[in-house]
Ligand binder design. Structure first.
Ligand code: 3HC
Length: 293
């Protein structure tokens, strides 16, 4: 297996994928940033460039470093370009059939010793791995939103995984300046298993009409010391993602507290997915599209 991971590919350039590209490129890796069409790859380039420009404007990043970071990234719509990648991180929407298509295509493209990782937040990684020719090289590499800021990376290990691959990905995360935790393949892994029932509980509480969204969020921020209230955080994560993880958790536990609240389902059906669509519990019309998934 690859002991030295240099060339990395990230597939899917939504909120998470673009953030993950930024993390790798800033750390000095050569990155292929892939999406399903030239337009989507260009859109992804726009997200990464905007984020780096913001850092330059804040005086956190020198212009020369921004340019060097961007120069390390090749934006493409061609999976075939990934033949020399040491690691591929998939960050496409949470549909098992799309993941299977991508991972089976990668089997024929990348070297046999390349590592294949998924940023899935809700799907069973074992099912993704089992559909590939080499399930021993498939792991989870689960970043947290915003990926350039949050240090946690869950490295997810299936029963099929080669322990050396898990160790290599953990070390890679450390070299990126992240704080990896190794977790078995279970619904919600660890962080989402803690977070999502709390977000669902908050949405159910808001749904009762007994508290305003601002007061509810302030109670969590001011009273419990969390960086964001749960409704603001749900909008950041994406209400579709919150709902998907809720459903996976509920399927696994059948605990009523893990069920998706009716209001969450309605907002998702209405296309109000949070920041990425410009509206969720709050209105973000002014910065809509600033990193849609
Ligand atoms: N991209 C890059 N940088 C960003 C960013 C983004 N999207 N959003 C904020 N930042 C940076 C800011 O530039 C700022 O950097 P600086 O300190 O160097 O100037 C820093 O983060 C702090 O931002 P702000 O001052 O604007 O605001 P806050 O202090 O409120 O921090 C926050 C913003 C980091 C988002 C913070 O509120 C936070 O940590 N919120 C909780 C987020 C969280 O819990 N995420 C996990 C969600 S679960 C998940 O992703 C898993 C999935 O599977 C569901």
């Amino acid at each position: 297996m690859v002991s030295h991971i240099n060339k990395v590919a990230v597939i899917g350039l939504g909120t998470m994928g673009a953030g993950i590209v930024e993390v790798f490129a800033k750390a000095g890796h050569e990155v292929y940033a892939v999406d399903g069409s030239t337009e989507l790859a260009e859109r992804g380039k726009g997200f990464v460039t905007k984020s780096l420009d913001r850092a330059v404007a804040k005086g956190k990043l020198a212009e020369a470093d921004r340019d060097a970071t961007l120069a390390r990234i090749t934006f493409t719509a061609e999976l075939a370009d990934l033949a020399d990648a040491d690691l591929v991180v998939e960050a496409v929407p949470e549909r098992m059939e799309i993941k299977h298509l991508i991972f089976t295509a990668l089997d024929d493209i990348v070297r046999p010793d390349a590592v294949l990782a998924s940023n899935t937040s809700s799907l069973l990684l074992t099912e993704i791995a089992a559909g590939t020719a080499h399930p021993e090289r498939v792991v989870g590499m689960h970043f947290f939103n915003p990926a350039p800021v949050l240090a946690l990376v869950e490295v997810i290990e299936t029963v099929l995984a080669d322990p050396q691959v898990v160790t290599a990905v953990r070390e890679l995360a450390l070299n990126l300046g992240k704080r990896p935790v190794v977790v078995g393949d279970r619904a919600g892994f660890v962080a989402n298993a803690l977070l999502i029932p709390y977000l669902a509980r908050a949405i159910a509480l808001y749904q009762t009409g007994k508290v305003s969204r601002e007061d509810l969020d302030n109670a969590a921020r001011v009273g419990i010391g969390l960086p964001m209230g749960p409704l603001t955080l749900s909008d950041l994560v994406g209400l579709d993602v919150v709902r998907e993880v809720c459903e996976v958790m509920y399927d696994a536990t059948k605990r009523p507290s893990d069920a998706s609240p009716a209001l969450l389902k309605q907002l998702v059906l209405a296309g109000r997915l949070g920041r990425k669509t410009g509206r969720g519990f709050y209105d973000y019309a002014a910065d809509a599209g600033a990193g849609a998934a």
